[in-house]
Design a protein around this ligand. Structure first.
Ligand code: BGC
Length: 451
């Protein structure tokens, strides 16, 4: 029984996490694709290139905004299905774009799907998962994001000789199709079903996903009670009990971005190329960085439900600060990294990425799937997710300008300092959520009565 339940729940999480794979692939692929598509459209200037990159982030803000409401109203499963369809449309539009403006539209469409997937996937897995392995299962989404990024680097690298940027974009249609087909065979989230009075269906779904059948009735009872707490919709987000939790989600989101992860994920090749590595070595170092990201996320998945979210978050964030300071020091002799400084520069970036992957990377998406009351979970996750994409947009669009004006040392010291501020905030405000059911967490964190 326990083994079948575990297999079912891992399979459900794995299929849904294909949404994370697409998130990672579509955000990562553009760096390599740009090198070739800029010539095909008659020599794009840097602004046009920035648009191709950042319009995805704008679409993602909108996608996160819409997806929460859709997931609360018509269900988590249809929300994932619609997301998969939008992915397919966007990716094919990008791959076959006859004109540059069509490519821009395609990037916005892909962004809608990425933003939606980024919140609906942890939401759905979080509700399907039994409490004692929820951390690892929800973080399969983060693992899929990192694998998606790594695969996109490899696809860019592997297709570089063919200069086929259309195929670089188009390959994402395969996981998008798999997500759509896989999701057809999945069931609606049990918690959403209970909240909408469909308890018999919920009981069947839980029967497949829970290790001890005896616990199912208690879970239905608890979820029914929290689901019946009267809600005033979006206004509930700002009540005395929920507001502090909203703040935690939004600040985790903003800190996840303003501590610099995507300047490394999106720009490391250009940075290292500019530091005198040559494009081959720069791309290789980038692939190694992507692999460290995947490997350390795997470590996080093993540890989250054992040592807890807080220890990993705090340890990881401290490691990120160290990595940033090592990188900053490596740039003190100028933007060319020579000899030992080239080694410490790359080492600093690897320490930084590995530390992000074991803490702030997975923990942000996990915590926002755990701390909000059921009746407004989708809406609250939307707010945190929007904050994440908006902060990502601001950092991504300003990074190169910042680098030119204050140099590598200045930028990386700045990120290091912001990371220390983040660390102090996390230590003070982020709650431990390990092992407790979502209903218990709702009671403990918002003081609402359950059972
Ligand atoms: C972040 C992304 C980032 C990725 C890197 C995710 O948790 O939200 O912005 O690109 O991690 O692995």
């Amino acid at each position: 029984m326990a083994r079948t339940a575990k297999r079912n729940v891992v399979l459900t999480s794995g299929i849904t996490a294909l949404g994370g794979l697409l998130f990672g692939y579509d955000t990562g692929v553009v760096s390599g694709a740009l090198l070739y598509l800029r010539n095909d459209f008659g020599g794009l200037g840097s602004f046009a290139q920035e648009l191709v990159t950042s319009l995805l982030l704008v679409g993602a803000v909108a996608g996160a905004l819409i997806a929460g409401r859709v997931a609360d109203r018509i269900g988590r499963r249809p929300a994932v299905l619609i997301t998969a369809l939008i992915f397919i449309v966007g990716v094919l539009l990008a791959a076959f774009a006859p004109l540059f403006p069509v490519l821009l539209v395609a990037r916005v469409v892909i962004g809608l799907a990425v933003g939606s997937a980024s919140m609906v996937v942890p939401l759905y897995i979080g509700e399907a998962a039994p409490p004692h392995i929820r951390g690892g299962l929800v973080s399969m989404n983060q693992l899929a994001i990192t694998i998606g990024i790594l695969v996109s680097y490899l696809a860019d690298y592997g297709l570089a000789d063919t200069r086929n940027w259309r195929l670089m974009f188009g390959l994402a249609a395969i996981p998008a199709l798999l997500l759509f087909v896989g999701m057809i065979f999945q069931k609606e989230s049990p918690h959403w079903l209970i909240m909408h009075g469909r308890e018999n269906e919920a009981r069947q779904v839980l029967g497949r996903l829970r290790y001890r059948p005896g616990d199912i009735d208690a879970e239905i009872e608890e979820v029914r009670e929290v689901g019946q707490i009267p809600t005033r919709g979006v206004a509930d987000l700002f009540t005395k009990n929920v507001r502090p939790l909203l703040m935690v989600g939004v600040l985790l989101a903003v800190f996840q971005q303003i501590t610099g992860i995507n300047t490394v994920i999106y720009y490391a090749p250009s940075l290292l190329d500019g530091a005198g590595f040559g494009d081959h070595a720069a791309l290789l170092a980038n692939v190694v960085n992507g692999a460290v990201n995947v490997a350390m996320t795997l470590v996080a998945i093993r540890l989250l439900d054992r040592v807890g979210r807080r220890k990993l978050l705090l340890g990881g964030t401290a490691g990120m600060a160290i990595g940033m300071f090592v990188t900053a020091i490596s740039f003190t002799q100028g933007s060319e990294l020579k000899g030992a400084l080239a080694v410490t520069g790359v080492l600093g970036l690897l320490i930084y990425t590995g530390s992000f992957a074991i803490g702030l990377g997975p923990v942000f998406w996990l915590i926002i799937a755990e701390i909000y009351p059921l009746t407004i979970r989708g809406a609250a996750m939307s707010v945190a997710t929007i904050a994440n994409w908006a902060a990502n947009f601001v950092v991504t669009i300003s990074f190169l300008t910042l680098l030119n004006s204050i140099g590598g040392t200045g930028v990386f010291f700045l990120f290091g300092a912001l990371t220390l501020v983040a660390l102090a905030y996390f230590a003070k405000k982020v709650p431990e959520t390990k092992g407790r059911s979502l209903q218990q967490l709702e009671q403990d964190l918002t003081g609402r009565a359950v059972g």
